[in-house]
Design a protein around this ligand. Structure first.
Ligand SMILES: Nc1ncnc2c1ncn2[C@@H]1O[C@H](COP(=O)(O)OP(=O)(O)OP(=O)(O)O)[C@@H](O)[C@H]1O
Ligand SMILES: [Mg+2]
Length: 410
């Protein structure tokens, strides 16, 4: 077992930090062997605002996942999000290297480098350079030009950048938690790896990952990512509306939302009642579940409308034959897909990732899309990027020592 490939996805979200540990089984297959989730208090709208609290959440999530997996990890694939994320398309062109005029891997790297050479402001960090399409001489629409003959190689790439300070704060939080960063991945891009099929990406699809703080959008067409955007509203806003609307504490509003929430009042029986606890110890009172849905609907509709505006900005709005796929914790609520179909006027569904391995029940939920997507991103990235190794021997030694302490003191 020693030295097997282990990958860790670390989703640092606004409401939770989650670590998923997986074993690489080869050929894109993996097994989830550990999961740890810890509440997140150090983020606002997807961005780290309190380093100490974020470090604490990361440490706890990773430790819980390690205990479940029975091993220690040392590096993670982490997500990044927030409304500081920008994306742009850029082109590069090079002469295909002599003497054979056959495109090599090196030529592909060179032309992507050339496309990267756009003016990126000093305060922005390039997170991804994703090739969209290659041209060999004047032939367009090539996905993989290696081995083709020609004299001129051109590429169009999608460049995703983030604020240097936001990226640095994620690096620092992870490093302070005693871990290394294998790669920093745009969260909706990671989620797309967990919930979108290659067919959907080819036909055209908008992925909307609705978390606690933000709704992150990624648009795919012809197999490639074309546009990314962020709407600064999420499930937390829905909870706040419920707390105000039903005059109940936030924790109760959150519980009521998860247990009885619906985004579409017409789906709810008119005579269904729920008990709502009052603030400051006031007696609970019965409230119609339809009223709850009437509080939720306008906020979700607003989030969808803002997302639609972003989709329209992308120029791909009329090309999304596979419609909209919702994911993220806030997409779990009843009626989300139905309301999305109304607002977007496109087919919509909730994307639930399917995690292989013994922990399927634990992680096959839209709330884990980013964490699982980070694992899938890691699987297809070059091996030298991954530093986590199964190190059972060492971990068992540490556990033995710790057990020794417990025996001594209790
Ligand atoms: N069963 C449920 N019904 C409705 N909402 C839910 C349910 N379960 C979780 N949520 C909501 O999902 C949100 C958290 O989702 P998620 O874990 O995807 O967010 P996050 O990744 O922490 O945040 P972000 O991606 O915005 O940084 C919370 O607002 C929570 O209320
Ligand atoms: Mg999230």
């Amino acid at each position: 077992m020693e030295d097997e490939e282990i990958l860790v996805g670390l989703d640092i979200g606004t409401t939770k930090v989650e670590a998923i540990i997986a074993k690489d089984l080869g050929e894109g297959e993996f097994d989830v062997i550990g999961v740890g989730v810890s509440p997140s208090e150090g983020l606002k709208k997807g961005v780290v605002v309190n380093l100490e609290k974020t470090v604490e959440s990361i440490t706890k999530a990773v430790r819980d996942a390690e205990l479940m997996a029975g091993l220690k990890v040392d590096s993670v694939f982490a997500g990044i999000a927030g409304d500081h994320i920008r994306s742009l398309n850029s082109r590069g062109v090079i002469a295909i290297s002599e003497p054979h005029n056959e495109v090599t891997k090196r030529d592909v790297e060179r032309v992507i480098e050339a496309a990267k050479a756009v003016a990126i402001p000093m305060d922005r960090e390039v997170l991804h350079v994703l090739p969209l399409e290659f041209w060999v001489d004047d032939q367009p629409g090539i996905k993989d030009p290696v081995g083709m003959m020609g004299v001129r190689l051109e590429v169009e790439v999608h460049i995703v950048t983030g604020a240097v300070t936001s990226a640095q704060n994620i690096y620092r939080s992870i490093r302070k938690a005693g871990l290394k960063v294998d790669d920093l991945v745009l969260q909706p891009l990671a989620s797309s790896y967990a919930v979108l099929s290659p067919d959907e990406k080819k036909l055209g699809v908008a992925l909307i990952d609705i978390g606690g703080g933000t709704a992150d959008i990624a648009i795919f067409y012809d197999g490639c990512i074309r546009h990314t955007a962020v709407v600064g509203w999420g499930g937390e806003n829905v909870t706040k509306d419920i707390a105000i609307g039903l005059r109940t504490p936030l924790e109760q509003a959150e519980r009521i939302k998860r247990n009885y929430g619906s985004a579409l009042p017409s789906l709810v029986e008119p005579d269904e009642q729920i008990d709502v606890p009052g603030v400051g110890g006031r007696e609970p009172r019965p409230v119609s579940r339809r009223i709850l849905a009437q509080i939720i609907e306008p906020r979700v509709e607003e989030i969808f409308t803002l997302a639609l505006r972003e989709i329209r900005r992308s120029d791909f709005a009329d090309l999304l034959a596979a419609g909209v796929v919702l994911t993220g914790g806030a997409s779990i609520m009843e009626g989300m897909a139905e309301l999305a179909e109304q607002v977007f006027d496109m087919p919509a569904k909730v994307g639930t990732p399917v995690a292989p391995g013994g922990l399927t029940d634990l992680v096959s939920s839209p709330i884990h899309a980013t964490g699982l997507g980070l694992i899938k991103w890691g699987l297809q990235s070059p091996k030298e990027r991954r530093r986590s190794r199964l190190n059972n021997g060492l971990f068992e030694k540490i556990l033995k020592i710790m057990k020794g302490w417990f025996k001594e003191y209790f």
